[in-house]
Design a protein around this ligand. Structure first.
Ligand code: GRF
Length: 188
């Protein structure tokens, strides 16, 4: 069975979708949740599901020992789901080609530092884009830069506010992220 480590610092709805999907299929297991926020909603989900979690500060995260600690879980993939810190080089190198992220827009549009959550959705609406969507991509040393794996689109209705667009984006994320991870695991 494949092991997954999920990195998340927000509400954790993607983490929940991934945990539930793999609980059902039995093809993988989330063995650890890493967060950088003590009060992140995802930590409650971890506790509810009986999954170990750790909260890291910048020092722990940047320490070269941390990659080794992650390795000890023998993860097939590191899954970023709402984790905003840049991944340190030694983690990127240790898990080369085995770190994935989800971005709530159609990269390369609306990517880069500071482009997360409602900042993205507001920009999409202000620009009058007719479509938005999600990008699941590999992670390298540069924000939102690694090779894309999957993009899924949704229409942006002229009546949408940022909350309404976020809801549509979350629907796409919850469907496609677990399934894309499942697909990738078939080749690991
Ligand atoms: C998602 O929209 C994802 O695209 C972005 O952060 C958000 C996390 O939401 N990277 P949640 O915490 O999974 O609900």
């Amino acid at each position: 069975m494949h092991s997954l480590i999920v990195f998340a610092s927000g509400a954790g709805s993607n983490a929940r979708a991934i945990i539930d999907y793999f609980k059902q299929t039995g093809r993988a297991k989330v063995v650890l949740i890493v967060s950088n926020k003590q009060d992140a909603g995802v930590l409650k989900i971890a506790a509810e599901k009986g999954i170990p979690s750790i909260v890291v500060d910048k020092n722990v995260f940047a320490d070269t020992g941390f990659a080794k600690q992650l390795e000890s879980y023998n993860p097939s993939l590191l899954v970023l789901a709402g984790f905003l810190w840049k991944i340190p080089q030694d983690i990127v190198h240790t898990f080369n080609g085995r770190i994935v992220n989800i971005h709530p827009a159609l990269l390369p549009k609306y990517g880069g530092k500071g482009m997360y959550g409602h900042h993205v959705h507001r920009a999409v609406i202000e620009n009058g884009d007719e479509h938005s969507g999600i990008t699941i991509h590999y992670v390298d040393e540069v924000y939102d830069n690694g090779a894309p794996i999957v993009q899924a689109y949704c229409p942006v209705l002229s009546s949408y506010n940022a909350d309404e667009l976020a809801m549509q984006i979350h629907k796409l994320e919850h469907y496609y992220y677990p399934r894309t991870i499942d697909y990738l695991l078939q080749n690991i």
